[in-house]
Structure formats: C-alpha cells, structure tokens
Write a protein that binds this ligand. Structure first.
Ligand SMILES: [Zn+2]
Length: 353
C-alpha cells in the first residue's frame, strides 16, 4: 500500500442527508460524517428547513444519528435554511446570531428535488439579500432558471448566471455568495476571474470527472443524472482548468451527494448522484487525473475555512489517508442506493489516520 495523500479537516460544503423520518438519513450520513470535520446539509428536505427553529431541530436530528454511530462531537454541522420570498428576516437574523443558522440556500422554483417553493424572480428577494449582506449571512445559489421558464436544460445554468446571479453580485457586492455545483465554462470563468471577490463555487466529483457522454452513451445511466445536468466535455475541461489554476482559493469541496433508492431512480430518474461512500477517493482520482494533487488540501478544506472565516474545533480535527491499494470493486448498491463508481474498480482507498 502506498500513501497517495493525507488530507486534514475535510469539509463537505454541500450534502443531502434527508431527515430522520426518512430511512436514508441513517444509511447515508455515516459515510460522509466519518471522514469530514464539517458538513453543510442542504435544506430541501421533506418538509423543508424554512426557519431558525426548523434549522435547530434539523441539527438535533442529525446529531441523533451521529450519536447512534458514535460520531457525535466529531463533525461540525453548518445549518442552512431554504430561502423564499416569505423568509422572515427577523427570524433569520436572530437564528444567525444565535448560531442556529449558518447560511441560506436559494433554489430556482421547480428546478430540482423539492424546490417547488423556490425563487422565481430575484427582485422580490432584494430586501432579504440586503439584510444578509448587512449581517454577513452567506448565500448559496442553485444557479439554474426556474422550471416555468422555457430554456433548454443544458443552457439553464448559463442563463441563470446572467439573469439571476450577476444581478445579485452587482447589487450586493459584500454578500458572500457560493455558486453551488458549477457545471459550465461560464461559471468556472466567472468564479475564477476575481471580478467578484465575494464569490466562490462548490464543485462535485462527477462534474470534475465526467462529461455527459458518461451518462448518455451506451444506455442511459440514471445514477449520473443530477441537476445541474452533466454538460459537454469543453465545460468539464473548463472547470478542471479553473480548479487547477485556482490561486485565490475560490473552489470548494461540495459533493452534492444525494441518495435516492434504486427503485426511485428506476421509476422517475430522480436527480442526484450518491457519492458519499466514495467521495474522498473520487476527488483524489480527479485531482490525480488533473495532475494537481498538491491543490487538493486547499479545495477540500482550507478554501472553505478562509472564505467563511472558520476554524475547525480541536475535537473535530481529522486526518484522512488515501492509499493506492489492490483494485477493489465498488458495490453495485449500498443499502439499496446506487453509488458513484458502482460496479467499477478503484485502486484508491481512504481511511482515517
Ligand atoms: Zn444539492
């Protein structure tokens, strides 16, 4: 076994853990939690996390699961709430100041799983952004057009950058904004350009590793179907290029790991890639292919800490060792959920030091 890299204090800045009433939460949470020092669980659960009280309760649910797996106290949780035009700013600010809320997530109406209450026009959101900017509350944006707008889904991110993201950035220059799971050249170039100093982006393993051929060629692989959808190769290459040459520390680990049972994937092709069981290996593989393993520590942790002004508490500090091993076959399913790399051989394996 040969050590490939050591990573400290990994933070997954975008992960779907579901809720305690949902069997998937105990099945998927430990995969992420054992290797990370912090995780930012998305609020499009069923029901959604709308208020600071919801956020507080959701944190307790996650903690209950962590306790069950003896992981309580080893992972920090960054609770985020689902932003809508109805978000009560007084509640938001109070929750933020009390530490119950870390940030807000904005979904375009209808564009992804459980987003029917998302935002359709951003002008109506301006008073809320103003308060967030004033108090330093970060905003995570799912940057795609609402479903009721007639746009090709392969172009949705590109249009939303122009119509939604840029107006936010221009009007609220001090608002901390994270563009989630970027998939296009336009996004990669905008984030790396430095034109907006308070803009960062999360990048999923699948958008670093694959273009849309991987999902569509030789039969549709619905396990790689996610929103925003995998794009042409030139977009994947632009994202790789931007991550590779990131000197400003603006690209962050955010797996967007989203568990759907195999049966649901078969029936409706729900959007989401389940990367949690192999996410560390997946990023290492991508950075090895890009020949920039030395950039991985910053991507997996340091960039997050720098952007959000966060220090990992001592009890949550972890070192993950990734080794080159004899090829092992990634299971076809974990607990009824098909993972990234299902059935493929990997010669990398992560373990806690
Ligand atoms: Zn997501």
């Amino acid at each position: 076994m040969k050590e490939v890299i050591k990573l400290t204090n990994i933070i997954d800045a975008h992960v779907h853990l579901r809720t305690i009433a949902d069997k998937r939460m105990p099945l998927c949470t430990p995969h992420t939690a054992k290797f990370v020092s912090g995780m930012l669980p998305m609020p499009n659960t069923n029901p959604h996390i709308y208020t600071s009280e919801d956020a507080r309760k959701y944190r307790q649910e996650i903690e209950l699961v962590l306790k069950h797996f003896e992981l309580l106290g080893t992972v920090d949780i960054f609770p985020t709430i689902y932003l809508t035009p109805q978000t009560n700013v007084n509640d938001l600010v109070a929750g933020y100041l009390a530490g119950d809320v870390f940030s807000c997530k904005q979904y375009p109406r209808g564009a992804t799983t459980n987003s029917a209450e998302g935002v359709s026009g951003i002008k109506e959101m301006f008073p809320i952004y103003q308060v967030m900017e004033k108090y330093g509350i970060p905003l995570h944006v799912h940057c795609e057009m609402p479903m009721d707008v007639d746009v090709d889904i392969f172009d949705s991110e590109k249009f939303a950058i122009q119509e939604m993201l840029i107006p936010i950035l221009d009007n609220f220059p001090n608002l901390k904004v994270s563009m989630e799971h970027i998939t296009t050249k336009k996004a990669a170039e905008l984030v790396s350009s430095g034109r907006y100093p308070n803009l960062v982006a999360t990048v999923t393993p699948q958008h670093l590793l694959y273009d849309r051929n991987k999902m569509l060629r030789g039969g549709l692989d619905s396990n790689l179907y996610c929103m925003p959808i995998l794009k042409r190769k030139e977009h994947m290459e632009a994202i790789r290029n931007a991550v590779k040459n990131d000197e400003r520390g603006v690209f962050l680990c955010g797996t967007d790991s989203a568990p759907h049972f195999k049966t649901d994937k078969n029936e409706c092709g729900c959007a989401g890639v389940y990367s949690a069981p192999v996410f560390v290996e997946a990023y290492v593989k991508a950075f090895m292919e890009m020949n920039v393993l030395e950039k991985l520590q910053a991507f997996m942790s340091d960039n997050f800490c720098k952007f959000y002004g966060y220090t990992v508490p001592e009890a949550m500090q972890k070192t993950v060792v990734v080794e080159q091993v004899e090829p092992w076959k990634v299971p076809d399913v974990y607990d009824g959920i098909v993972p990234l790399f299902h059935g493929e051989e990997l010669n990398l394996k992560a373990r806690l030091q």
